[in-house]
Design a protein around this ligand. Structure first.
Ligand code: 13P
Length: 250
């Protein structure tokens, strides 16, 4: 049975004190009995304290990005080994903001994927079409290309370390969410694409999260869809009450 997951991508928000406050609130509010695996991704500078604060809670800490090289002259970058050395085993790769503002291409992401897998990290691999792709009815082929170029070179055995996050760019931070039907339609397409390229078992086992303006008032109907296995939450993950409500909607 595939896992249900709710992950909070905090993006460039929350300083150290604010991070500790929010994590403490989440620790009290989120019960271990939750149906879903819960992941939070604070910014790099607060990852270590996050792992310390969350230690006995069962909530996992993820990084929002990492560099593809092992180490070296890459000023300002963070390696897989550095993340693992502080107890961070999960990394978000391919977020649309990394693609749009930091020039991350499918080819670069394929390298990052390889590095993360070599270090036996779990990858939350993000992808999704832009508004013009959907308007011109190209959204399925755009998503298929992103998956094929960035991810489909991996081995069958590597899929156990991969979580997918479909995030239509037009729904991120805009308040406009994909309808539950649009999310389901795309998630089913993603699963079929994986079944064709790999096999049905892998397609059935991989968790596919939806991301883009998920809020307490729409989470339940989105999560109820058959092929939606949880969410990657931006804005609403910055508030303990909202994030808890979304986790409880699974
Ligand atoms: P919002 O929930 O703020 O739309 O952000 C979604 C997202 O980008 C999560 O990675």
């Amino acid at each position: 049975m595939r896992k249900k997951i709710v992950a909070g991508n905090w993006k460039m928000n929350k300083n150290l004190a604010e991070t500790k406050t929010l994590l403490s609130e989440l620790k009290t509010k989120l019960k271990a009995s939750s149906e879903a695996e819960i992941i939070v991704a604070p910014t790099f500078t607060n990852l270590y304290s996050a792992t310390e604060v969350l230690k006995p809670s069962g909530i996992t800490v993820a990084a929002q990005n990492m560099h593809e090289a092992e180490n070296g002259a890459y000023t300002g970058e963070i390696s897989a080994d550095m993340l693992k050395s502080i107890g961070v085993e999960t990394v978000i790769l391919g977020h649309s903001e990394r693609r749009a503002y930091f020039g991350e291409t499918d080819q670069l992401l394929a390298k990052k994927v390889n590095t993360a897998l070599q270090h036996e990290m779990t990858i939350i691999f993000c992808f999704g079409e832009e508004l013009q792709d959907r308007k011109s009815d190209n959204h399925f082929s755009v998503v298929e290309q992103q998956l094929k170029n960035g991810l489909f070179h991996i081995n069958k055995a590597d899929w156990k370390n991969v979580v997918l996050a479909y995030e239509p760019v037009w729904a991120i931070g805009t308040g406009e969410t994909a309808s539950p039907e649009q999310a389901q339609e795309m998630h089913a397409f993603i699963r079929k694409t994986i079944a064709n390229a790999f096999d049905q078992e892998i397609a059935d086992e991989v968790s596919i999260l939806y991301g883009g303006s998920v809020k307490p008032n729409n989470a339940q109907e989105i999560f109820a869809k058959m092929d939606v296995d949880g969410g990657l939450i931006g804005g609403a993950s910055l508030d303990a009450e909202n994030f808890t409500a979304i986790v409880n909607a699974i």
